[in-house]
Structure formats: C-alpha cells, structure tokens
Design a protein around this ligand. Structure first.
Ligand code: G6P
Ligand code: MG
Length: 219
C-alpha cells in the first residue's frame, strides 16, 4: 500500500529550469562557450558538476579540475542570486494543491532533489511545511540515475520503496526511481519520462485523484 510520496523539486514543484538556464548561459558567455536550450534540456535532473562537464564536453574544452570547481561556483553564485526572485506564487500549477491534499490525507512526504539549493528554493516558495523530510544534493553522494536520494527519503520516512510514489520530470530521475524499486509518476513528454509507471503532461493533471485512479490496487 502507498503510504508516502517523494518529490523531485525542479520541474515538479516549481520551474527553476529557466533560472538554471540563465545562469549557465551567463557562464558560457564568459567562457565563449556555445550553450543553448537544447543543451540545457540535457541538464534536467543532473547534478551541478555533471552539468558543467556536459557543457564543457559539448564545447570540446579542456579545463583543469580546480578551474572546473571555480566555474561551478561562479554559476552557482549567479543561480542563487536569481532565486531571490522566486515567490510563493511560483509553484507549478497543481503542485501546491497536491501537497495540500497529501497533508490532508495524512501521507508522509519527502523531497528528493539533486539540488544543493533545495532548502533555499523551498524557503522562497514557503513550502517547507509540506515536507516531513528534505533530501537534497547534500544528503547523498551518488546522484540520479542512481536511486540513492529516493532511498534516503524512504528510509527517513520509515517506508519501503514499494510504499512510495516518486514524482519526477527528468529521464535520469525516472531511472533512479525505477532502480530503487519505487512507483514512478513522470511529468513531461513521452520521449523524456515515457518509462515512468504513469505519465502526465503537467503537474496540473497529476492530481491525487488521477494517481489513485491509476494505482487503484495500491490505495
Ligand atoms: C536539479 C536540476 C538540475 C541541477 C541540479 C543541481 O536536479 O534539475 O538542473 O543541475 O538540481 O542543482 P544545484 O542547485 O545543486 O546546482
Ligand atoms: Mg527535476
């Protein structure tokens, strides 16, 4: 039976992808690197350093390890400053309603984000109270598609993987959920999250009612 839900943050609760994009774009401009929305799409759900390596490799650039760390810090400083623009109006449509329903129905809820800035994002949204456990990029060392962040959330919620549903918008995130033995709800197009147990185009459609209807035998 389903007793808990674990949520990815960026692209599920709020759309910080645009802010990540603008920060990487600024860094790329300073480095004279090519970077566009198609490359940015490949960074969805991917950790900061892995993202930087994808952009670097896309430009066939060679960068020393300590310089890479500097560049990651530069990008992060730009991104964190831009988070000040995020407000409680910036939930993706449907996300706040779903979190409210889960609270009303007594489900246990965790965050399972790759971001090291998850706490700041939740503060800006005033969303901390919706979560029993906050798992983020600081909680585990192996990032998605490894299942560690979701296993961390389930363990802290004192639930088994098969008692939890994971919401994810990233290909690597669905891989991570499936690898951990979780039920996976995919948010986005078929070519990205079609391997989830059930897929919705947007959070507005992925209501508790819709998910309960799909996983009838689990509720
Ligand atoms: C999320 C986003 C990625 C981002 C990653 C790390 O998974 O989808 O685009 O790279 O978090 O975020 P951070 O805030 O730690 O740089
Ligand atoms: Mg995401």
């Amino acid at each position: 039976m389903i007793k808990g839900f674990i949520f990815d943050l960026d692209g599920v609760i709020t759309d910080t992808a645009e802010l990540h994009y603008l920060a990487w774009k600024k860094l790329a401009e300073e480095m004279n690197w090519q970077f566009d929305r198609a490359v940015n799409e490949r960074l969805r759900g991917v950790s900061r350093m892995d993202s930087l390596n994808i952009i670097k490799d896309h430009n066939n650039a060679t960068v020393a390890e300590d310089r890479l760390l500097e560049l990651a810090t530069m990008k992060n400083d730009i991104y964190v400053a831009s988070l000040d623009t995020l407000t409680p109006d910036d939930y993706l449509p449907g996300a706040k309603e779903l979190l409210t329903h889960l609270r009303q129905e007594g489900f246990r809820v965790a965050l399972g984000s790759a971001s090291k800035n998850a706490a700041k994002v939740l503060e800006q949204l005033e969303a901390i109270g919706y979560f029993d456990i906050i798992g983020d990029g600081n909680s585990v060392s192996k990032s998605k598609p490894e299942p560690d962040i979701f296993l961390y959330g389930a363990e802290k919620l004192e639930l088994k993987a098969e008692e939890c549903i994971v919401y994810e918008d990233a290909e690597a995130g669905i891989d991570a959920a499936k690898a951990g033995g979780f039920y996976a709800v995919g948010i986005g197009p078929d070519d990205r999250v079609g391997h989830a147990d059930v897929r919705f185009d947007s959070m507005a459609e992925a209501t508790l009612f819709a998910v309960k209807s799909h996983f009838k035998e689990l509720f």
